[in-house]
Design a protein around this ligand. Structure first.
Ligand SMILES: Nc1nc2c(ncn2[C@@H]2O[C@H](COP(=O)(O)OP(=O)(O)OP(=O)(O)O)[C@@H](O)[C@H]2O)c(=O)[nH]1
Ligand SMILES: [Mg+2]
Length: 312
């Protein structure tokens, strides 16, 4: 079979924050398209990953984790989740198999009872599970509330269960031509991805409430072609809500912001195959999570693509 022929459709990754949605998308695609951190609410926008394999093409939508929204930003995040659920061919419903089910899982089970789209239940972080009976009970918590096309436990970190998941996903997709250009792995712009990589470098280094109160706002982004290849010049603000948060991000003698800059630059250079030069500043912007016009500036820019004729 020619690559890209066969089945084609859209897939939403649904689950609470931190269950491993973005890690799984990266593992399936075999390339980093979404940032990951040990903090909940890392993903704030829908990230489109394009997975073209022998069976066909699955367009994967990595989503923000489902949580109770306390700010305008978070309300928008949950709208994206709802809208995506309504439009896809199949839902991958992830839950952390190493964590006891509780109120959050109950909310998701109830949400999925309203969704008629075929769903695959994906217990994640299998490498952290040592009690199979416990896993069976956690799976039953969901399967007693709704029917699932399949249940496929995975460890994205150890690459376990991924082949089975691939088969399960493509079995649910309709026959058809690829929806998007098969040479793409994501539709997000380089500019947006760079801002995300800066945020990822910061998330890996700060604790407590800071991850929620921090955004990366690109002031200026330019590409320069030269003898040594492409040079990216990136001017970005790490935006926080209060002076105290700014001090933490700057760190003693500027140590923290420097470490974030070095780590982000290395990642950008490795992942994009360019040389990068970063100018990072920390800015205080009280209440930014409530400000619609500012939130709009953080929206991902997507590269232009047109679905083939006759597709959505
Ligand atoms: N042990 C183990 N850890 C994992 C696995 N998959 C993801 N993680 C870890 O779980 C944490 C959260 O991963 P993410 O992929 O950012 O989770 P997410 O569901 O996208 O989170 P949000 O974007 O906040 O909704 C990170 O520290 C990952 O390294 C896995 O298979 N095994
Ligand atoms: Mg994520």
């Amino acid at each position: 079979m020619r690559a890209g022929m066969g089945r084609a459709g859209t897939v939403a990754l649904l689950g609470r924050p931190n269950v491993g949605k973005s890690t799984l998308v990266n593992a399936l695609i075999g390339e980093k398209v979404a940032i990951v951190s040990q903090r909940p609410q890392t993903t704030r926008h829908r990230i489109t990953a394009v997975w073209t394999v022998a069976e066909g093409q699955a367009v994967l939508f990595d989503l923000p984790g489902v949580h109770k929204p306390l700010h305008r930003m978070n309300v928008q995040m949950m709208h994206v989740v709802r809208d995506t659920l309504a439009e896809v061919d199949v839902v991958l419903q992830l839950f952390d198999a190493a964590v006891a089910t509780g109120g959050g899982e109950d909310y998701l089970a109830a949400l999925m009872q309203e969704v008629t789209t075929p769903a695959i239940l994906v217990p994640t972080k299998l490498d952290l599970v040592d009690d199979p009976d416990m896993l069976a009970r956690r799976i039953a918590f969901f399967t007693s509330r709704r029917s699932y096309a399949q249940v496929v436990p995975v460890s994205a970190l150890r690459r376990r269960g991924l082949e089975k998941l691939r088969a399960a996903i493509f079995a649910q997709l309709p026959e058809g031509e690829p929806l998007l250009d098969p040479s793409l792995t994501t539709t997000q712009s380089e500019r947006f991805f760079v801002a995300e990589l800066i945020r990822e470098a910061a998330l890996a280094r700060v604790g407590q409430e800071l991850p929620y109160a921090m955004a990366v706002h690109l002031r200026h982004f330019e590409e320069e072609e030269g003898g040594g290849g492409t040079l990216l010049r990136v001017f970005a603000d790490l935006v926080v809500e209060r002076d105290g948060q700014k001090s933490i991000l700057i760190g003693a003698g500027g140590k923290m912001i420097k470490a974030i800059g070095v780590a982000a630059r290395r990642r950008i250079e490795t992942l994009l195959g360019v040389r990068a030069w970063l100018d990072l500043r920390v800015k205080v912007r009280p209440g930014w999570r409530e400000q619609g016009h500012f939130l709009a500036e953080l929206e991902p820019l997507e590269v232009a693509w047109a679905p083939p004729e006759g597709k959505r």
